[in-house]
Design a protein around this ligand. Structure first.
Ligand code: SF4
Length: 414
């Protein structure tokens, strides 16, 4: 194999604004929880954030905190604390890292933002099981700890075609949350505000989709690793004007890269798709390795999980219901295979990496023959990496590095 030239990691300028926004977000919530000036709801990452904002809550996302625990490599040391109180090492390592963080009183927030001790105390915990059952058990733990209401939505899983019955069921459950939220805030839900928030969330999601899809350019101006950083506002600030403003800025920068023919990595030779959860504690190492192999991992299912094209401000309940069950994680194998086929074509992918995350079967799509089917039906080279989102004890760096190198050699030979 021809020896790849080294490649530099290119910094996105808008990252500075993104970091400022994230700090604002956490400081506002910390202030509100300390002064009790606003109610705070904890929400699952693809839960009904728009409804909570419109009802007057500031919204905190424990999965975002879980990812920070992983990215700062605090998670692996905290997980055993949750295991010791009965939360298995086999269940979601966001959950176990977060519970361990709570018990030990250690949070990456306090390191990143002096003055903040940790997550804001919640007034309500609101889940949606569209992604997995773990989120409900996670929130139930905190419901007992803080003695606050745990409410949520039970979503069907393994859906093929989405029917009216699916939409009606979820929409009715969203409506059923309203009186409970009103009781906590002491205010009636303002439908005009709800529509406004859904409209802003839709704008945010459209811009985020455009950001991700710009990676179809050759060379790609964006990597999956960039995406895991830049997605912050789409996850935690969807429904807010400042998220919309941020993605306009980011998009303009990426469009300029495309116009100038600037790739996210130098000398892009191969284009890969990342399927599954990020390995948060190893993002930089993986990014450097792929970059040194002149290989751009440019698209992923994970970053696209916050694309909700169904959101419609004129029909907020039903459109939210559709948006939150259209996600890949909710769908059946046939749908997923068709989705991957589209992604392979759209991004002109040379190969696909499946991350089999030990503690997240929900986001590990390699377990029912998908890589084999894609290889057979599309002649697509695939590689499965065993690891985990947060628990680095499940990840062998040496093995992953060797397998990635061999995979790139295989692509070069092909
Ligand atoms: S989808 Fe996976 S990573 Fe996300 S909360 Fe559920 S088990 Fe954890």
């Amino acid at each position: 194999m021809e020896k790849p030239k080294g490649s530099a990691f290119k910094k996105i300028q808008a990252t500075k604004q993104m970091k400022e926004l994230m700090e604002q977000h956490f400081r506002e919530m910390d202030e509100a929880a300390k002064t009790k000036s606003r109610k705070v709801a904890w929400c699952t990452s693809v839960g009904p954030a728009e409804l909570l904002r419109a009802a007057g809550f500031l919204v905190f996302f424990p999965e975002n905190h879980g990812a920070m625990l992983g990215a700062t490599r605090m998670a692996t040391d905290l997980i055993p604390t949750a295991n010791a109180i009965g939360y298995s090492p086999d269940i979601c390592s966001y959950l176990t890292a977060d519970v361990g963080s709570y018990i030990q009183g250690k949070s990456p927030l306090s390191k990143a933002y002096p003055g903040i001790e940790g997550p804001p105390r919640p007034d309500a915990l609101v889940f949606n099981t569209n992604q997995c059952r773990d989120v409900q058990d996670w929130f139930n733990y905190y419901g007992r700890e803080f003695n606050v209401p745990v409410i949520g939505v039970q979503t069907h899983r393994g859906i093929g075609n989405i029917t009216k019955a699916h939409i009606d069921s979820i929409s009715a459950q969203f409506k059923g949350l309203v009186p409970k939220l009103e009781e906590i805030t002491g205010k009636k839900l303002d439908m005009d505000e709800f529509k406004r928030v859904v409209g802003l969330s839709r704008q945010c999601t459209d811009l985020w989709k455009e950001v991700l899809e710009i990676a179809s350019a050759r060379p790609s101006p964006l990597t999956f690793f960039d995406g895991t950083i830049q997605m912050g506002p789409a996850v935690v600030m969807r429904g807010e004007q400042r998220a919309v403003d941020f993605y306009k800025l980011l998009l303009a920068e990426l469009k300029q890269r495309v116009a100038d023919g600037v790739g996210a990595i130098d000398n892009e030779r191969f284009r890969l798709y990342w399927e599954g959860m990020p390995i948060w504690g190893k993002l930089r190492d993986l990014s450097d390795q792929f970059s040194s192999l002149n290989t751009c991992v440019l698209a992923s299912t994970y970053c696209s999980s916050w694309v909700f094209p169904a959101l419609d401000p004129d029909d907020p309940f039903d459109s939210m219901a559709r948006a939150y069950i259209e996600l890949l994680i909710v769908r059946d194998e046939d749908y997923k295979e068709r989705y991957f086929e589209d992604q392979i074509r759209h991004y002109r992918i040379d190969g696909m990496i499946f991350h089999d995350a030990k503690t997240c079967p929900n986001n590990s799509n390699n377990r029912y023959g998908m890589p084999e089917r894609l290889s057979k039906n599309h002649s697509l080279p695939t590689l499965v990496i065993n690891g985990d989102l947060n628990d680095l004890r499940c990840y062998s760096e040496e093995q992953a590095r060797t397998n990635i190198e061999a995979f790139i050699e295989q692509l070069a030979e092909k």
